[in-house]
Every structure is written in structure tokens, then in C-alpha cells.
Design a protein around this ligand. Structure first.
Ligand code: TXA
Ligand code: MG
Length: 326
């Protein structure tokens, strides 16, 4: 069981940062804001601290975690960056991109955080508060999304507490996450880079730097990868019905754009991700909208079609996982 001590909410100021850094350095769990979603942070060099992440999330332990660094230079010390990886790091760090690269000889991310792989997932977040905290800790911080495994990712401190209160030492409250979907995960392990998970950096932006659109999916013969890649993930309690052109009585409705679907008047709850049809605005609202619709008690969340353009690819990826059989 977990000690039932309440989780502390730390403020985004000098005192809060100092306390968060001290807790992390002492091997405790601290949720931290990033530009994508809140991460459940632990010292990535400390296997006991990393084990506590898996326990708090109830996450299967074969899933590798992302190690977060305050600067590109700190990230370069942890991995081996080929030419493509260097280009991507220069262009998108700090920002919502994770690079999976071979572990550097002097790398300090522990085996457990890498799930025993000889590669490591690295990210320099584009959130000032997160980088301040990481700089104070002075070690890579492993941080999966700060939700219970399989649940909707958190984009506010309240979401973190709803899932993890009493299971972690603290949450550093940085308000709403501006991007709202997790980082894009790109593997640079020799050969052409592959997009393992669509996310906050669009395919078009990656292609502009790489000179080609990366193939989607894991490498042949890869070991199991993270829950962000499992079919059923990001799941609200309600069932999720995709490509809804009409809303059934009592269903909750997740809309995109200006045109109301049939049956909307009888919906139990309604959220519009972006009335103006902007995928970036929709991404920022996605997970909190899913949480609110879930809280309405509806048995089904009917989701209107979202175009695949820009961040639409990442949004549709998360919605398909939310709708997958459990
Ligand atoms: O935006 C984000 O990426 C958030 C914030 C907190 O940074 N973090 C996040 O972490 O989404 P997580 O653990 O939920 O997702 C990590 C992803 C998984 O899809 C996992 O499979 C992949 O990164 N990954 C990590 N290490 C890997 C490796 N060595 N090889 C392949 N995939 C890896
Ligand atoms: Mg996650």
C-alpha cells in the first residue's frame, strides 16, 4: 500500500523550486509541469526512485521512460547523436520532441529507467519552470506522464492530484500545459529516423528538417516499448466512439470546428476542442476536455472527426488509443 500522506502542492516560485529539487535529489517523486503534459519525475540515476514511479503509476515495468535534461549539452552527454539526431536536437530543443538514441558510454540514466535497453529516450522540455527545476537537480529526471497507467494524461496540477494524491511527495504547480499532447518520439538508432509516437512536433515540421517524412512505428525486432504505444491507453472511464456524425441521447460530445452534429441537444455534456478548427488549440484542450466529459457520468463519449493536419495526427493517435478495446 501507499502511505496516505497528502501530496504537497508547490508554488512556481523560488521556495517551490527549491523544495521540489530537494525532494527529487532525495529520491522522492515530484510531478512537474512541462509544455506538453505534467510529468511524474524521479532521479533517473537512482533505480529505487525510478521503481517508485512504476509503483505510483501502476505501470508495467518493461516500459522505458524519458529522461529530461535542462540543456542540449546535458542531453548530448547522455546519448550518441548521429547527424539526423543532431539536426533534430538543434531545431527542436528545448521543445516537445523526444529523441531515442544509443546510450553514451558515460550515460547515467539507470537500467531500470531504460527498461534494460541500450538506447535512451532524452528530452529538453520547452518550459522554463521545468528547465529551472532540472538545472537545480543536476541529474537527468525520468518522467512519464503523471497519471495512473492507462488513464488520460494530466495537463493541470489538479489532474495530477486526481490520479496520484497520497502516492507522490509533491506536485509543482505551473498552471496549464500549453501544448497539451505529449512529445513526438523519434528514434535515431542508425538508418532512417522513425517516428515512434506522433506528438507536439508535427510530422511536417520533422520532415522539413529531415528532408523526408519519417516512417511511423517501432523498429523490427524491438523490445516492448511504452504504454504510449499500447493500443489501449489514454482511456477515460467512459467508452469512446470515434468519427461520430450524430450524438446519441445521453452521450457526451467531443466536438471540433463550427458545425454541430445531429442530436447535440440531447447530449449529456459537450466540449468543443476548437470552434475555429485550430489543431494546436485542440491539442491544448484535449485531455482536460476528456476528463470533464468523463466526469459528466456519460457512458459514451462521441467524438467528432478531427482532421489529420498538423497536431491533428497526435490528437487522432490519442483518441484512437482512448477508443481501443480494453
Ligand atoms: O511529453 C512527454 O513526452 C511527457 C512529458 C512528461 O515529457 N512524457 C511522456 O512519457 O509522455 P511516457 O513515459 O508516457 O512516454 C515515453 C515514450 C513511450 O512511448 C516509450 O515507449 C518511448 O517514449 N520510449 C522511451 N524510451 C524508449 C526507448 N529506449 N526505445 C523506444 N521507445 C522509448
Ligand atoms: Mg503517458
Amino acid at each position: 500500500g501507499f502511505p496516505s500522506t497528502a501530496t504537497r502542492r508547490l508554488t512556481a516560485d523560488e521556495a517551490g523550486l527549491a523544495e521540489a529539487a530537494a525532494l527529487l535529489a532525495a529520491g522522492r517523486l515530484v510531478a512537474l509541469p512541462t509544455e506538453t503534459v505534467y510529468g511524474l519525475g524521479a532521479d533517473a540515476t537512482d533505480p529505487a526512485a525510478v521503481a517508485a514511479i512504476y509503483a505510483a503509476k501502476e505501470r508495467p515495468s518493461f516500459n522505458p521512460l524519458i529522461a529530461h535534461l535542462p540543456t542540449r549539452e546535458a542531453a548530448f552527454a547522455q546519448g550518441l547523436f548521429d547527424e539526423a539526431a543532431q539536426k533534430l536536437a538543434k531545431e527542436f530543443w528545448p521543445g516537445p520532441l523526444t529523441l531515442v538514441v544509443p546510450v553514451a558510454p558515460g550515460g547515467t540514466v539507470c537500467d531500470l529507467a531504460r527498461a534494460g535497453l541500450d538506447s535512451v529516450a532524452l528530452r529538453v522540455p520547452g518550459h522554463g519552470l521545468a528547465r529551472d527545476l532540472l538545472a537545480r537537480v543536476g541529474r537527468p529526471v525520468a518522467a512519464p506522464s503523471a497519471n495512473r497507467s492507462g488513464r488520460v494524461s494530466p495537463t493541470r496540477a489538479d489532474h495530477v492530484l486526481a490520479d496520484l494524491d497520497g502516492r507522490i511527495a509533491a506536485v509543482l504547480d505551473g498552471g496549464d500545459c500549453p501544448v497539451g499532447v505529449e512529445s513526438s518520439v523519434v528514434a535515431c538508432l542508425g538508418g532512417k529516423p522513425r517516428l515512434l509516437r506522433p506528438g507536439g512536433v508535427t510530422r511536417a515540421a520533422l520532415a522539413a528538417v529531415l528532408g523526408f517524412s519519417p516512417e511511423t512505428g517501432g523498429e523490427a525486432g524491438a523490445k516492448p516499448v511504452g504504454p504510449g504505444l499500447l493500443a489501449s491507453h489514454y482511456a477515460p472511464r467512459a467508452g469512446v466512439r470515434l468519427d461520430a456524425t450524430r450524438i446519441g441521447p445521453g452521450e457526451a460530445a467531443l466536438l471540433f470546428g463550427a458545425f454541430p452534429p445531429d442530436g447535440l441537444a440531447e447530449a449529456r455534456a459537450v466540449e468543443n476542442l476548437s470552434e475555429g478548427g485550430d489543431p494546436a488549440e485542440a491539442a491544448a484542450r484535449l485531455f482536460s476536455a476528456l476528463r470533464r466529459l468523463d466526469a459528466s457520468g456519460a457512458g459514451v463519449i462521441a467524438v467528432a472527426p478531427v482532421p489529420e493536419t498538423g497536431l491533428g495526427e497526435a490528437i487522432n493517435d490519442r483518441l484512437r488509443r482512448a477508443a481501443a478495446p480494453r
